[in-house]
Design a protein around this ligand. Structure first.
Ligand code: PUT
Length: 283
């Protein structure tokens, strides 16, 4: 009998992927964790039935979360990653030798265990000596540090369940406090396309605008996320994502990426008119 993974993107639209094999299914203290293998997308991870990453398109999401701020901030040494227990963001960060320390704060140890076992293509740098893993709620974790980080990357789940706290005013305010005076925060911002997700984008953006003097939104095409049109937030105390992009410096590194280029970086901040409209009333 054929096995299909299905995720409802709206009450009337579903994503369906034919599954070759279910590799793991378990219930942690926080959520249901599943790993599947498929013809089209390779291995993929879902949490509570929602797509987190696939082997085929994870590079888009992880490169866009990391290389955008790294091409802007000239001196990143201390990084905080919230969520991201699959290790994809850490893998991209570890390509920068000047980064001295990465705190990875993941609420669910079982996500890390399962990903280490089934998704080595994203967890491959979790044992880098610069990485410290903290099994803690990110919302609580950011209550303590003051001006400790140059970059915070919020690789959350969607704004419900265990990820809900990572879209709150309290959380963004504490991220701002935890960043040095020239720090940058990047977060996954959901899709602007379907109405319910669009409201989540709008709300997140409004809250970020309240906490940071510079708050911009950028986009990428991620085929397995709802609508495929995905947004990220770039929030900063000093650097502007376009004005302070240093193309020469970043290109001199000769990092080979599958998605990110400095040309694409510039284009990613030119968002469609309907998205500008959606976010306008909060700026
Ligand atoms: N970090 C995964 C984003 C969730 C997309 N549904």
């Amino acid at each position: 009998m054929e096995l299909w993974f299905r995720e409802a993107h709206t009450p009337n639209v579903k994503l369906s992927i034919r599954v070759d094999k279910q590799l793991y299914s378990g219930q942690s203290e926080f959520q249901r964790i599943d790993v599947f293998d498929s013809q089209e997308f390779g291995r993929f991870l879902t949490l509570d039935g929602y797509m987190m990453l696939t082997e085929k398109d994870e590079f888009i999401y992880h490169e866009m979360m990391v290389h955008i701020p790294m091409a802007v901030h000239p001196n990143v040494k201390d990084v905080l990653v919230i969520g991201g227990g699959d290790g994809g963001v850490v893998r991209e960060l570890c390509r920068y030798p000047e980064i001295e320390h990465i705190d990875l704060v993941e609420i669910d140890p079982q996500v890390v265990e399962v990903c280490r076992r089934y998704l080595p293509f994203t967890t491959c740098c979790l044992d880098d000596p610069r990485v410290s893993i903290h099994y803690e709620d990110g919302l609580r974790y950011v209550r303590t540090p003051v001006e400790q980080y140059d970059l915070i990357i919020v690789d959350s789940t969607d704004p419900f369940g265990p990820g809900e706290g990572l879209f709150t005013r309290e959380f963004y305010g504490n991220c701002s406090k935890a960043l040095r005076p020239d720090g940058i925060m990047v977060n996954q911002h959901e899709s602007p396309f379907y109405q319910e997700d669009a409201i989540a984008c709008q709300r997140a953006h409004k809250r970020i605008v309240e906490s940071f003097p510079i708050a911009k939104v950028y986009q990428a095409h991620i085929p397995t996320y709802p609508s495929g049109h995905w947004l990220f937030g770039f929030a900063s105390k000093k650097y502007h994502p376009l004005r302070d992009l240093d193309e020469v410096r970043w290109n001199a590194r000769k990092l080979s990426c599958k998605y990110y280029t400095t040309m694409l970086h510039k284009g990613a901040f030119y968002i469609p008119a309907y998205v500008e409209e959606l976010l306008k009333n909060v700026e």
